[in-house]
Design a protein around this ligand. Structure first.
Ligand code: PSU
Ligand code: MN
Length: 309
């Protein structure tokens, strides 16, 4: 699906509209990681830096967010600043988009909302840090990120460092299997662990190059069937990962603090990520950023391979 530039609902930036019209490589970037996933003022630097990573690789970045009710595909500098600094900005998953549109609300988009909007705009490749998934304690709370459901019915390739390690990772992998979401390890036989190079869990398929990722995407389209996603699971390099012992210790503290304070629902992911940043003296932030940078660079190379068959 290519955007015709006449969609009355989405507003692409001029640059993104032109790239889509030309069939040039475009990489979607999400905004929740900027507004709710990273501390200020680093978040704005990161937002700019990630766009730069995409450009250096020869693709066009399209950071996605909703501003005053309008889904924006590609942000200009003042809009990026709004996402990074506006107080009370909402966190929007796909189900929130109609309300945001009707009530002219502004918000950052999660993997769920970003995937949906990107695919609708005709963008096939998307980079993020770690996906949402099944939260620990799901037998009581049934908290499963809408990311999984959207990826089961959206034709998009998401490059990520696995799913956030704050989650029940084995349960999340099971759900991806049940829902028919294709998962490939990028030059790895184990599923990445977000802050960690490896989660220790096996991944069934391994690909070695952006060209192989593009070939899988063409295979999805040729086979037809459910319009599901492809997850390209790209581990943070071992030398840039968070120290696994520190990770396990601080994560246990973070989970206990969330339980004690009764943090639930949309607030739990930002709470746990924030706790990890503080509890590791900023080391988790560096590992998170290393993962996102690597994913963004790889996504750009996949977008290039996809655009030039
Ligand atoms: N990856 C990161 N940091 C983040 C997120 C992903 O490195 O903050 C965000 C994504 O937007 C993802 C969301 O969709 O967390 C999941 O939130 P929830 O568990 O409430 O669905
Ligand atoms: Mn949730």
């Amino acid at each position: 699906m290519r955007s015709t530039g006449t969609d009355p609902v989405l507003r692409p930036s001029d640059e993104v509209a032109q790239a889509l019209a030309d069939g040039a490589p475009v990489v979607a970037l999400e905004s929740t990681i900027i507004s709710h996933g990273l501390p200020q003022p680093r978040n704005l630097e990161v937002a700019r830096e990630l766009e730069g990573v995409v450009r250096e690789a020869g693709a066009v970045p399209a950071t996605i967010a909703v501003l005053d009710g309008v889904p924006r595909i590609g942000l200009e500098e003042p809009e990026l600043e709004r996402i990074a600094t506006e107080p009370g900005l909402r966190k929007l998953s796909q189900r929130d988009l109609p309300m945001a549109a009707a009530l002219k609300a502004s918000g950052a988009t999660t993997v769920s909302a970003t995937s949906f909007l990107a695919a609708r705009a005709g963008i096939r490749v998307f980079a993020t840090g770690g996906l949402g998934g099944v939260h620990r304690g799901w037998t009581e709370d049934q908290d499963e990120s809408a990311d999984l459901d959207t990826l089961a019915r959206t034709r998009i390739t998401v490059v990520c460092a696995g799913v956030k390690s704050i989650l029940d990772v084995p349960a999340t992998l099971q759900r991806l299997e049940t829902r028919g979401v294709s998962v490939a390890g990028f030059r790895t036989d184990t599923f990445p662990g977000f802050y960690l190079h490896s989660s220790g869990l096996p991944v069934d398929w391994r690909i070695e190059s952006p060209e192989e990722a593009a070939a899988v995407m063409r295979g999805q389209d040729a086979l037809g069937g459910q319009e599901s996603a492809l997850i390209v699971a790209n581990p943070v390099p071992r030398e840039l990962q968070l120290d696994p012992e520190l990770h396990d210790r601080v994560l246990a503290e973070a989970l206990a603090a969330a339980e004690r304070e009764g943090v639930k629902g949309q607030a739990i992911t930002p709470f746990l990520l924030g706790y990890l940043v503080d509890g590791t003296g900023g080391a988790s932030l560096e590992a998170n950023l290393a993962a996102v940078r690597g994913n963004t660079a790889l996504a750009a190379r996949i977008a290039l391979a996809w655009a030039t068959p």
